[in-house]
Design a protein around this ligand. Sequence first.
Ligand code: APR
Length: 237
Amino acid sequence: MDEARRWLRAARRVAVLTGAGISAESGIPTFRGQGGLWRQYRPEDLATPEAFDADPKLVWEWYNWRRSLIAKAQPNPGHRALAQLEERVPEFCLITQNVDGLHERAGSRMVVRLHGDIWTLRCTHCGLSCKNEDPELGELPPRCACGGLQRPGVVWFGENLPAECWQTAEKASRAAEVFLVVGTSAVVMPAAGLAAVAKNAGARVIEVNADDTPLSGWVDASLRGPAGKILPELLAA
Ligand code: APR
């Protein structure tokens, strides 16, 4: 912890990659491990274009459930610590796989959302995107004014990440002196590969996670515990 703190204090360029674990203490279940199942389904069963084509109502029921949990959730000390870190680092980029918007609600400004936004709906017919922050969507699946089926504005397995977001994330990872990886199982590519991009370009990589991940043996510092406790400690002045 002490060494990681020193690296962070000295760094002028910092990039952070977050995953579902940072929102776990806000009451939002992660995708894998404990609480990862919804009914009998795994995220890989539902978060795909094929699953949506086969049963859009089922997929929407899952997203509706997540939307209702997120609507009740508040940012936690982990989100807030990262928002404060942004204030004191000259070049900062927060890359998140989360679609819950809690980083922004905690005050983070430079947020790259690799996997989209759960409050955005996109028409599968005309392509129109719209914001809908009502946690309950009424009749499922929701429909666009054109009559087409709407889908969640998130990135599913097998889909490309938004190109501009990816370029920004990669550039920030390559430039970073310190790269923080927080609350991600680091198994979903290409996001998980950003830690290697940063390390290969010379960054110190610090992991914060409640458990071991495939990155744990390879990072420069692995801090074990809940992000809401570890991040405020790590970033304490
Ligand atoms: N603090 C820190 N880490 C935590 C906490 C906590 N309080 N609680 C859980 N974790 C860790 C778990 O140990 C796990 O490593 O968070 C990680 C959550 O992993 P996943 O559920 O796999 O979430 P994530 O890595 O964000 O998944 C990546 O997969 O399902 C897709 O698109 C979805 O963005 C998601 C992507």
